[in-house]
Design a binder for this molecule. Sequence first.
Ligand code: SF4
Length: 340
Amino acid sequence: MLHHRAMTVTMIKKRMADGSTCKKCVEAEDMLRRRGAWDRVDQVVWADESDPESPGMVLAERFGVTLAPFFLIGDPSDDPTVYISALKLHRALLASSPPHAAKDDGPRTANTEPLDIIRTALETHGPRTAIAFSGAEDVAVIDLASKTGLPFEVFVLDTGRLHPETLRFIETVRVHYGIGIQVMAPDSAALEAFVAERGLFSFYDEGHKPCCGIRKVAPLRRALAGRPAWITGQRRDQNPATRGELQAVEADTAFGTDAQPLMKINPLAAWTSEDVWRYLRDHDVPTNPLHAEGYPSIGCAPCTRPVGPDQHEREGRWWWENDTKRECGLHTASAANETS
Ligand code: SF4
């Protein structure tokens, strides 16, 4: 049995010449997270493909390792044990002592500030990491990401049923931050067939999931294909019934697969609505004009209505359905699989 409870566990990750993280490194990290072992990794050392003097490349040279990632158990400057397999590392960790108790779900997650969470995500997963922008108050995520100075992508799901104010606001954000926004539309053939069969307001009778499946979930699946990670504006306080356990960093089991793992970053998970609005005000972030008309949460026009001061923000979304069904399928495995 190994006895390295007090020893340092180091992961050496490779950064490719284009700034992205090597695919096998992302997969290894994802596997360790899914098995609850990521909190045993004390530090990450980067091996820059384009810089043979970078700390990770120096370690690779010293230990004669040509693969990435690899792991060290013990002081890297001394005589650590080298693992070139994340699975073997995991087995070795299981054979030693239980995981650290003090950490949450990674080196920098639950109790970390949103800016740090976003910076870490962009450093870890590279420029193909995308922010899902809904045209509402989660523009705070774009503002924070722009402050990191790191490259990122943004997409929005244009369901065809958004308010005109939201469409204009998307354009305002694009110009304000000087960013490209990929506008994802529903598949026209699928949508035409759906509307021909069920009409334009089927959601009031049969629930919103079939319509959301075509207008939101399927385009989201296309938007996420091939990406290592995405960033959302989800918060726990939006819906304690469905988002109460939301983590700041989690493996996306709805849209990711074993073959193509996907990380979901929710940097605002611990923020309340008040925290978001304080940030928007303090940092002069542009906001959707519908917020001033009583819409705290904004989705599609026929499925969103203003709420009173004593109502929860989600009460204005799909108000004819019960609380636990008020998710559009963008963040739930079952709904995502219904459209796969
Ligand atoms: S929110 Fe309403 S209109 Fe928009 S995709 Fe869902 S059911 Fe359809």
